[in-house]
Write a protein that binds this ligand. Structure first.
Ligand code: MN
Length: 130
């Protein structure tokens, strides 16, 4: 499986780590550092999967997810929230905003790429458990 993955993440160390882990499994990673940049990249490249940080500058991750869902070409693209938000209800908010799955930081480097592959391949659909 070789996936084209768009990673929207403002933290440079996280971008480096997640990209490294995904590329090590043979995937292609495109990066964006904020919501507007992520939307632009998503429309330009129609990735197989979008990984979305929730705490982003200028545009909140939930708003980015909602905006991505409004793009016809991305309507069925799995969006996976990758976030350190761990308050009760955050997972539900991410799913309600259009995300298909939710992974909490800190991520587990041993399983992260495989978790993404699993979430991408099952494409659970909006609101379904991931
Ligand atoms: Mn962030």
């Amino acid at each position: 499986m070789n996936l084209h993955i768009l990673l929207i993440e403002d933290n440079e160390q996280n971008r480096y780590l997640l990209s490294f882990l995904l590329q090590s499994r043979g995937h292609t990673v495109t990066q964006a550092i904020d919501g507007p940049g992520g939307l632009k990249q998503a429309m330009a490249t129609t990735p197989d999967v979008i990984l979305l940080d929730i705490q982003l500058p200028t545009m909140h991750g939930y708003d980015v997810a909602s905006a991505l869902r409004k793009v016809d070409a991305l309507a069925a693209t799995p969006i996976i929230a990758v976030t350190s938000y761990a308050m009760p209800g955050d997972r539900e908010k991410a799913l309600a905003a259009g995300c298909d799955g939710y992974i909490e930081k800190p991520i587990d480097p041993d399983t992260f790429a495989q978790d993404i592959e699993r979430l991408a391949s099952v494409r659970p659909g909006r609101g379904a458990p991931a």
